[in-house]
Design a protein around this ligand. Structure first.
Ligand code: NAD
Length: 363
């Protein structure tokens, strides 16, 4: 068991800390806001009580986990810990400044991880004097229960550091997905276009949010459609993740409705009707599959992650019953080409080479 400093006790930091404390690790939560620390500890009380109620933890273990969660002051905590996980706001300069601040305080054996969603690990590594002990650990919300965590090595991350991080994730019950240091890593790279295409369909008045959600539940076997998922994670946060992918080109730029809803910090209105199929369902399915699979095919072209890992990520983090690589093989090359090519044309993008392998992606 190790001692861990979690800097940023917001949505993610609090969730990560509960999971890690309940696996026996000593946690020090650090935040510039006392209110955030109070909220994180109250969340821990609520979550641990719920786990006791559900018999996931004994009362004694829950009490011990909670006792292992302390708050602390950065300068005092950092020299004592084995692992630092930063989960402050998604802002390159803020994260770089924070890493520079902790750098002189770290034990030489300490490992530092960033929970960034969309920044590159390589762009942060240079802020530390030992970049070989730095990597990305990208948890998914709600981090206390979501089993997936992407493990992203920076350009200099040592094997030994990645192996220690892998063992740590497994010891806290997480399923690691190892992927390359590419914008959006494996899962957000296609999850963002998936939600963005849903917003585009609404912008173009081709569908209502409830229709898109219904079609996606059906086509991707998703537990919840994209609009409901966006409302859960907050459209503002989703917009931020999409904006961070915009450097990948026009296809990744946020839809107008996504900008309006996210910037106003509003939620999508989903007027659930009955579950009967509508006349636009096939067109909606083609657009949603086309956009999602285009991003997945690009990921495969770039070697960011394997089809197995992409599907594992979609199943575990997004609860897709029919994850994208399986879906592509099921639909077959001709049907996927028909869905993907119009989108490539609309955004002036080359058709990904991996399209030729659809139908046998897992062989
Ligand atoms: N929310 C998600 O669904 C999600 C999922 C995966 C990864 N992430 C990533 O995790 C990180 C945190 O996201 P979040 O949603 O938890 O944000 P959040 O806004 O809920 O929490 C961020 C916390 O960081 C604190 N903070 C900011 N600057 C600080 C500093 N210099 N020192 C100490 N504390 C500071 C804030 O007070 C706040 O409590 C981001 O990089 C985000 O991209 C978010």
């Amino acid at each position: 068991m190790i001692s861990i400093a979690i800097i940023g006790a917001g949505t993610m930091g609090s969730g990560i800390s509960i999971g890690a404390a309940s696996s026996g690790n000593q946690i020090y939560l650090i935040d510039e806001s006392d209110a955030a620390l109070d909220t994180a500890l109250r969340k821990a009380d609520t979550v641990l009580a719920r786990w006791v109620e559900k018999e996931r933890l004994s009362e004694e273990d829950a009490k011990a986990a909670r006792a292992r969660m302390k708050t602390g002051v950065l300068e005092e905590v950092i020299p004592r810990v084995d692992l630092v996980i930063e989960a402050v706001f998604e802002d390159l300069t803020l994260k770089q400044t924070l890493l520079r601040r902790i750098d002189p305080l770290l034990k030489s054996s300490a490992i530092v991880a960033t929970n960034t969603s969309c920044l590159k690990v390589a762009d942060l590594a240079g802020s530390l004097s030992r970049p070989e002990r730095f990597l990305g650990l990208h948890y998914f919300s709600p981090a206390e229960v979501n089993p997936l965590c992407e493990l992203v090595r920076g350009p200099q991350t040592l094997d030994e550091v990645a192996e220690t991080a892998l063992a740590f994730l497994k010891s806290t019950g997480k399923q690691p997905l190892q992927c390359r240091d590419s914008s959006g890593f494996a899962v957000n790279r296609f999850f963002c276009p998936y939600t963005n295409e849903a917003a585009r369909l609404v912008d173009e008045e081709l569908a209502e949010p409830a229709e898109v959600d219904r079609v996606c539940r059906d086509v991707f076997g998703a537990a919840a459609g994209p609009f409901l998922v966006m409302n859960i994670i907050k459209p503002r946060i989703n917009l931020n993740a999409i904006r961070n992918l915009s450097t990948l080109g026009r296809f990744y730029e946020p839809a107008d409705g996504m900008i309006r809803t996210g910037d106003a910090d509003q939620f999508w209105t989903i007027e659930e009707g009955d579950d009967t199929p509508g006349p636009n369902d096939a067109a909606i399915a083609d657009r949603m599959v086309g956009a999602t699979c285009l991003a997945v095919l690009q990921l495969l072209d770039e070697g960011v992650a394997s089809p197995q890992d992409i599907d594992m990520g979609a199943s575990m983090a997004l609860k897709f019953g029919i994850p994208p690589c399986t879906l592509m093989d099921n639909w077959g090359q001709d049907r996927i080409r028909a869905a993907v090519e119009p989108i490539c044309k609309a955004y002036d993008l080359p058709v990904p080479d991996t399209l030729e392998r659809v139908g046998r992606l897992f062989t």
